[in-house]
Each structure stands twice: as C-alpha cells, then as structure tokens.
Write a protein that binds this ligand. Structure first.
Ligand code: AMP
Ligand code: MG
Length: 350
C-alpha cells in the first residue's frame, strides 16, 4: 500500500484535501493527522473494522482502548452518557484542548474501540487541521497516537511515515504538533475524579475546576500493580537506544553523567545526551551526540521537542541516551512521566 502525504497549511488547511481525507475516513480508511498534542492515527469510531486496523497497524494490544475525538463538545451525547455538572464545567473550560475525559460509554459503540470496557475516553482537539477533518468526516474519530506501539509518539509527519509508511492510506502533514505531549486523561466515572495520565494540560490548571484532583502517580511505571488505565501498563515511549533517566540534585546528576559517559565510551558504546541547554553548556567537554531540549525554565520547549529528540538520537545510531528528570511541577510532571515510562533504567543519585 502506498501512503499518500497531503501537505496543508496548518492555519488554513486546503478544503479539498480535507474533504478527500474525510471521505477516506468515512469509507473505513486510516488517516494520520496533526493535533495540538501529537499526531493521531484516525479511523471512523463507528466502524469496528476500521478500528481493528488501528490496532493492527500500530501493533497495539487489544486491551488498550482508543480515545475518540469529536469536532464539538455538543456532540458528546453521541459517544457518552450520564455526564454531570463537573464534566460540563471541565468541558466548557478546557475544550477544545488537550484534556481527555473517561465517561460511561454510549452502548452502541463498537466494543473494540473501548477494549470491551463500558467507559469511553473522549476529547475535542483544538488544532485547525484536526477540527476541519473531524468536522468534514461527520463521524466521531478514534485516534491513538500515530506511532508503532511502544515507540515515542509522533509529533511530525515524518515520524508517522517512519513508523507507518505503507500501512495506512493517508498522512496529513500540517507541520509539527503544537504542544508535543499527549492529552491529560481524567476518569470521571469514579466517585472522585482520578488522574489516569498526566499530559499537556497541567494539573495545576485542572485544579481551578477540580480542586480535589490528586496529583499522585497513576501507577508506578514498571510496577505490576493493576493500572487504572489499561494503556499505562507495559513499555511505552521507548527509543531503540537504551534510555537512562537520572534523578536527583543537578550537581550530583551531572557528576554521575560525566563518569557514566566515560565508562560507556571506554566500553565502545556511543552515547547520546538528551538535556536542556543549561546542562549541555556544562558538559561541552564530552564528545557525545546531543539533543538540546531548550532552556530548563521553558518546559513548553522541552515538551514540544521531547519525542523528536528521542527519535533523532535513535537515527544517529546511539547505543544509549542519558537524560535528566524534569521534576513534577507543571508540564514537568508529564515530561518526567514519559521519560520514566520510556526508560530502561531510572537511577537516583544524591
Ligand atoms: P494513546 O494511545 O496515546 O491515544 O493513549 C490513550 C490513553 O487513554 C491510554 O492510556 C488508554 O489506556 C487511555 N484510555 C482510553 N480509553 C480509556 C478508558 N475507557 N478507560 C481508561 N483509560 C482509557
Ligand atoms: Mg500512544
């Protein structure tokens, strides 16, 4: 199969190209498209065969349900039932935007979409291309991230092609994703709302509407605990190289990093550094491949380039990648979550 690339202006996508992609979705085909979070791999959410193909081409376990995307909040009743005042408050404050809500599902939806659960994850994306496409398709669109399962998410059309060329009908290239991290997922079906996945909408902002929302880790990465959200289990966001995440005070981390670099190099391994410019500036003596995540204080820059950085270091052929935690505040929480889940080792130094 040939994967056709449709190039559009993200500010004003060509209506004819959007209509072509929307028709493809309606007829059961797969279309990857940009959203403000990451690129999504879209299929008609009402068509169980199209949804099945999402699982097939991604190599996604059938136990991991898919997020449904709507053009407008007022369509929520098409996919979910029984939402209350707190759901309404979240929707009116944060949609369109990077917030996914888990709600009781509309019983007629295909069961593979929700991995057999009686709940559905749903959001309204803000990106103009996503908006135009879902609008034109006229059906809810199931869209997980447009990468092969376990790999770093796709934030550019070229990432989608690296993982899925020849397996899907279309990619709409609308430039890089704007935020670079997946949506924040909240379960609204439990007595107290529960955070299922930290994401591009920081908890601090959510708490303006849901003051009671807890900020604890949903499930310790790598633990065998039953995860509240099926997709949190198992390997995720991992580069091909071995990713080592360092946590602890900066000076201790940089000292460890220097030593580890020399040791790995002596053993013949090629090392990549995925760090902020401030840290890289203190490590200029190391002959390593580098990916600069921007200034430490600008978490939005690190978020937007994180997955690209993992993929670029992979394409240079490094054997391992050393990186440092972004803490747990604001966007740092979601960035650190992705690094923890993608890491083969998390090392705490004091
Ligand atoms: P992605 O593959 O990046 O689109 O991630 C989708 C995330 O939403 C995964 O973590 C899923 O487990 C989660 N999710 C989707 N549907 C549900 C649901 N009904 N209940 C709980 N989590 C869900
Ligand atoms: Mg994903």
């Amino acid at each position: 199969m040939e994967t056709h690339v449709l190039r559009v202006d993200p500010g004003e996508p060509d209506r004819r190209l959007i209509a072509l992609a929307a028709q493809a979705l309606r007829s059961g085909q797969l279309v990857a498209f940009p959203t403000e979070t990451v690129y999504g791999l879209g299929a008609n959410a009402l068509d169980p065969e199209a949804i099945e193909r999402i699982f097939e081409v991604k190599g996604r376990p059938a136990t991991n349900p898919v997020i449904v995307h709507l053009a407008q909040a007022k369509q929520l009743g098409q996919v979910a039932v029984g939402f209350d005042a707190s759901v309404q408050a979240l929707v009116s404050r944060f949609w369109p935007g990077p917030l996914t809500l888990v709600l009781p599902k509309q019983p007629q939806l295909p069961s593979n979409l929700t991995a057999g659960l009686d709940t559905i994850a749903v959001r309204v994306p803000e990106h103009r291309v996503a908006q135009a496409l879902i609008h034109a398709a006229g059906v809810p669109i199931g869209a997980p991230s447009a990468n092969r399962s376990t790999r770093p998410s796709a934030t550019k059309a070229e990432h989608v092609l690296d993982d899925l060329a020849g397996r899907i009908e279309y990619v709409i290239d609308g430039g890089p994703a704007i935020l670079g991290l997946e949506s924040t997922v909240i379960d609204m079906t439990t007595p107290k709302p529960r955070l299922l996945r930290p994401g591009a909408l920081p908890l601090e902002r959510l708490r303006s509407v849901l003051p009671q929302l807890q900020g604890t880790w949903p499930a310790a990465p790598g633990s065998e605990d039953a995860a509240p959200s099926p997709g949190l289990q198992g390997k995720h966001y991992a580069p091909q190289a071995k990713l080592i995440l360092l946590e602890g005070p900066r000076h201790a981390v940089l000292n460890y990093l220097r030593e580890r670099f020399h040791q790995e190099q002596a053993e013949g391994r090629r090392v990549g550094l995925l760090l902020c410019s401030d840290d890289l500036a203190d490590l200029t003596e190391l002959a390593a491949d580098r990916f600069d995540l921007g200034q430490r204080g600008k978490l939005g820059m690190a978020a937007v380039s994180l997955f690209d950085g993992l993929r670029q270091l992979d394409s240079l052929g490094v054997d391992l990648i050393l990186t440092r935690s972004f803490g747990e505040n604001d966007l740092g929480f979601a960035i650190t979550d992705r690094l923890r889940r993608g890491a083969s080792d998390v090392i705490r130094v004091e």
